[in-house]
Design a binder for this molecule. Structure first.
Ligand SMILES: C[S@@+](CC[C@H](N)C(=O)[O-])C[C@H]1O[C@@H](n2cnc3c(N)ncnc32)[C@H](O)[C@@H]1O
Length: 193
């Protein structure tokens, strides 16, 4: 993240680990904000349609059989009920709460009845008004027998989110909440249509 950002501006949260070794899901996978490291595309290859606002981020994904499409998750170009699985791996942190609401409603629309939405993200407390205005988390992601070192950081003010805020939006969109798991500064939510 943020090459060129003055480190004095960054509030580094303590590094965390996520193990995707046993993570499994059904059918075709729509990965929201799937550029950058493209973790979901690297794990599931040709089953994945990775969409991202940024062509550059999609181009960064190590080449594999996933399908990469430049698209805004607030206005998905898919018909209704096309996917059994939708994922978002540290992408909601880059959206405002208003945009998250739109995106969750779009995810619900394109998901088949019985489909599942899996989200991993950072818990972001309200900005404390001090000098550090970027919040970042280093991650070690284990899958296929290796650990991928990555990290995600974002401009902090206006970006607060928590498992509770995501669950609330999910329920409003029509989802049933299946699982919420929290680590020190990150969380996982599984919801079902
Ligand atoms: C840093 S990436 C997340 C990490 C990525 N999933 C991975 O596996 O490394 C977050 C992405 O969300 C994208 N994004 C933010 N808002 C979006 C939107 N409304 N629609 C689609 N992508 C969006 C950003 O362009 C950014 O590339």
């Amino acid at each position: 993240m943020g090459e060129g950002i003055d480190e004095k501006r960054i509030n580094f949260l303590p590094a965390e680990k996520i193990n995707l070794e046993k993570f499994d899901c059904r059918g075709r996978i729509l990965d929201i904000g799937g550029g950058g490291e493209g973790i979901i595309a690297r794990r599931f290859g040709e089953r994945v349609i990775a969409i991202d606002l940024s062509r550059e981020e999609l181009e960064e994904v190590p080449v594999n059989n996933s399908l990469r499409i430049e698209m805004d998750a607030r206005d998905l170009k898919f018909l209704d009920e096309e996917f059994l699985t939708v994922t978002s791996f540290f992408s909601f942190m880059y959206m405002t709460p208003d945009d998250q609401n739109k995106v969750i409603q779009e995810i619900f629309r394109v998901m088949k009845a019985d489909g599942e939405f899996y989200l991993w993200d950072i818990e972001i407390k309200p900005h404390d008004g001090r000098e550090k205005d970027v919040i970042a988390l280093d991650l070690g992601v284990t899958m296929d027998g290796e650990e991928i070192k990555t990290g995600y950081g974002v401009y902090w003010p206006g970006k607060e989110q928590s498992p509770e805020s995501i669950v609330k939006m999910g329920k409003k969109a029509g989802f049933r909440i299946v699982e919420v798991a929290e680590k020190a500064n990150s969380f996982f939510v599984k919801m079902k249509k």
